[in-house]
Design a binder for this molecule. Structure first.
Ligand code: ADP
Ligand code: MG
Length: 713
């Protein structure tokens, strides 16, 4: 029964079928794992006068005038009645169910449960009716009074076409049919008992039909643990499989990185130095490195990447002493790829190696034969040949270009800048013909709370660059109230007049998936750009950037910004402003209340590149700036802010469900570091003992299903 389709067990109407499909609830198991978003007390009952459209209502009263009639439009037979309580009367309607009217008696005392519908005049649609022995007497007050059996009932996430009541009913039915007897707990019983988590069967009843609030909470905690545990088991299995694969060991990685550091015009921060040491150690040992390097914009991740890449391009593959091992460097945009290519040419220019750049519009090679201090254009075919033959030691390009198109001869090190979705599959695509696993360094400036990092990047080791190079002027951040707007534009104009550039970020309209962009947002960018052109920033060159532009148009706009052919770039936040413009010193963020703190911090990072003093103006469309926004002005780094966000706004707000692949219950786990760490420990122990889940078929199946859900794979 567990794995049979829901549709086998219930007669469903089309809208309900569609709703189930949308929710991806196919089997009875899926149905049981569809958890309520909250609970209501039956004590939350209301009166006719207190009905609100769209709410689930519980009413006590007397049935009046039950009758069968034909529906107004469809002419289908239906039932109707009135419910009367001390405060008024409301219509009850049952569509397609003419027999119900026949079962109701005028004057019967009942309890009615159902959804309140209707625009002008409210009615209760398809309510459940239970006879009651007596109505609360003594007037309205006792009607409102505490009912005898204060039950909790589950409210499921709102979806068009299907009601909470349907879920309660359907789940009750499958539970009564004995489905629990067929359930196997994917959590080992040693684990549930160690953390005092309810076993699966109890938890399923408690989550859907709790008697007490505490039972529901215990059940949710258990399912949160289960979800994180299953993700972690998957991650550790990946890691285990990877660790079985041989890699390229660079014995004197440390020596090379040390040499590189002496060539740099600055000394590394302690955090950078530690990161370089750690990575050099990883490169000099087996299995292959898999590391995530987190650091705010400007914390110097590139220097870490370069120092460690230096060890690779100074090492020869086995048996070919005159050749070098290869590095792939992947940037999120073509312009960033070009910028990185240029800095690598400077940093590695003294070495007898060649560096390549792959973009969709053209390719480059360094050094040029004619002038060894510069790069030269080459055809893509030619470049790809040189990479395949091993003549080019380092290739820089975008993620998609490199992992889809480029064949390497001796790839030993893959560096990925700001790409979260680079998973096992992509990495496998880069794997070498001889089966040797290249080392992987993934870098991100996105501040991720620790629990989320541990959960989603559980297969990576984590290094955090928690400090900035010395001498940086922190961005001056100001929360701007309405009256201070004119002064802000004055200040920005002053910056522009002295030859600087600026960004204006337009508000995000609330969206479940922050990566999607709506027409409304584009409109707000275009409208604001227009307004600024006519009003405060009249006479300046204003460009726009939004997600509905074609990739080539976006690239062109960013190029124009970089070349200072644009003074002010008006953009949406979802667009990765994928270019470093050191000349940009001001950023105006409109509608800031819609952003998480960590996001705001990242946007602010756009102007951190500058050697000039930079300014960030935070504006809200609501009246008063919140304490939250004020925290932005004082916070030290993005990681603190990410943790703060998690506390204040909750994980669901922070990372859209679609983006993380976690359910709402799984998201709840992210607030609980102890729980996440415990799930990790247990997953690790289990995989160490049974690396391919030989003895745990169900768990293997769940791990597989889960990894398909996660976007990162
Ligand atoms: P990230 O990639 O983390 O945003 P970058 O590696 O691009 O940061 O570094 C930003 C700037 O700071 C670069 O111009 C770089 O040369 C410089 N930089 C990096 N590390 C240091 C350091 N330890 N001391 C001084 N300047 C540094
Ligand atoms: Mg960088």
């Amino acid at each position: 029964m567990l794995n049979t389709p829901v549709t086998d067990h219930f007669r469903l109407q089309e809208p309900q079928k569609r709703a189930l499909k949308r929710l991806r609830l196919h089997t009875v198991r899926d149905l049981l794992y569809h958890f309520p978003s909250r609970y209501e007390h039956s004590g939350d009952q209301t009166t006719v006068s207190g009905l609100v459209q769209g709410a689930d209502a519980v009413l006590h009263g007397t049935v009046r005038k039950p009758e069968t009639r034909r529906a107004w439009k469809s002419k289908r037979p239906m039932s109707e009645a009135w419910l009367e309580d001390g405060t008024g009367k409301v219509k009850l309607m049952w569509f397609n169910q003419p027999y119900i009217a026949k079962m109701l008696r005028d004057g019967a005392m009942v309890k009615v449960t159902g959804r309140v519908e209707g625009k002008g005049s409210l009615y209760i649609a398809n309510p459940e009716v239970e006879p009651v022995a007596e109505l609360p007497v003594g007037g309205v007050d006792t009607v409102f009074g505490e009912p005898e059996d204060d039950q909790l009932f589950a409210i499921y996430p709102e979806t068009q076409g299907i009601t909470s009541r349907w879920f309660r009913h359907a789940i009750d039915r499958v539970l009564r049919k004995g489905v629990l007897d067929q359930m196997v707990d994917p959590l080992p019983s040693a684990v549930t008992s160690r953390y005092k988590l309810p076993e699966l069967n109890a938890a399923l009843v408690w989550v859907h039909q709790p008697q007490r609030e505490s039972d529901a909470l215990a059940a949710r905690k258990r399912f949160a643990f289960e979800e994180v545990f299953i993700i972690q088991v998957g991650k550790y299995m990946d890691r285990h499989a990877r660790n079985e694969q041989p890699t390229l060991v660079i014995p004197d990685a440390q020596k090379h990185t040390d040499e590189f550091l002496t060539r740099l015009p600055f000394t590394l921060t302690n955090a950078q130095l530690e990161a370089v040491r750690g990575i050099a150690h990883d490169l000099s040992t087996s299995p292959a490195m898999s590391r995530l390097l987190e650091g705010d914009v400007g914390s110097g991740k590139t220097a870490v990447a370069a120092a460690t890449a230096y060890a690779i391009v100074n090492s020869a593959p086995a048996g070919r002493p005159s050749a070098t091992l290869q590095v792939a460097y992947m940037a999120p945009t073509e312009i960033l790829a070009e910028q990185q290519f240029t800095s690598f040419c400077e940093l590695f220019g003294h070495l007898p190696i060649q560096i390549g750049l792959v973009t969709s519009t053209g390719c480059k090679k360094f050094p040029s034969k004619v002038d060894t201090s510069t790069s030269t254009k080459v055809s893509k075919n030619q470049l790809l040949k040189w990479v395949a033959s091993g003549e080019i030691a380092m290739v820089v390009g975008t993620h998609s270009l490199i992992y889809k198109k480029v064949q390497f001869r001796d790839l030993a090190y893959v560096i990925i800048d700001e790409q979260h979705r680079f998973g096992t599959k992509q990495r496998q695509a880069l794997a070498r013909k001889d089966g040797l696993m290249p080392h992987l360094l993934s870098m991100t400036a996105t501040p991720i709370p620790r629990t989320l990092a541990l959960t989603l990047y559980g297969d990576l080791d984590l290094t955090v660059l928690g400090e900035m190079p010395p001498g940086r002027k922190p961005v001056q951040t100001e929360v701007v109230t309405k009256t201070k707007r004119p002064a802000m534009y004055d200040a920005v104009r002053k910056q522009l007049d002295s030859g600087r550039q600026a960004y204006v970020i337009c508000p995000r309209i609330d969206e479940p998936d922050p990566r999607k962009e709506t027409a409304i947002q584009t409109k707000s960018v275009l409208a604001e750009a227009d307004r600024l052109k006519r009003e405060e920033l009249k006479g300046y060159r204003i460009g726009v950037l939004h997600g509905q532009m074609k990739p080539v148009e976006k690239e062109q706009t960013m190029r124009n910004m970089l070349a200072h052919e644009i003074d002010v770039l008006v953009a949406t936040s979802v667009v990765e402003v994928g270019v470093n413009v050191p000349n940009a010193t001001s950023i105006i963020i409109e509608g800031a209340e819609r952003f998480g703190l960590a996001q705001l911090h990242q946007l602010r990072g756009r102007v951190v590149r500058s050697t000039h003093q930079a300014y960030c103006y935070v504006l809200t469309s609501e009246g008063n700036p919140t304490r939250r926004l004020k925290a932005l002005a004082t916070a030290k780094n993005g990681f603190e802010l990410a943790e703060e966000d998690l506390k204040i706004r909750g994980p669901g707000e922070l990372y859209g469900r679609a983006q993380s692949g976690l359910t709402d219950v799984g998201m709840e786990a992210l607030k609980n570091l102890k729980l996440v760490e415990a799930a990790r420990r247990e997953a690790q122990a289990l995989v160490a003992e049974d690396p391919v889940l030989e003895k745990r078929a169900l768990l293997a199946e769940l791990v597989h299903a889960q990894s398909k859900k996660l976007h990162f794979e």
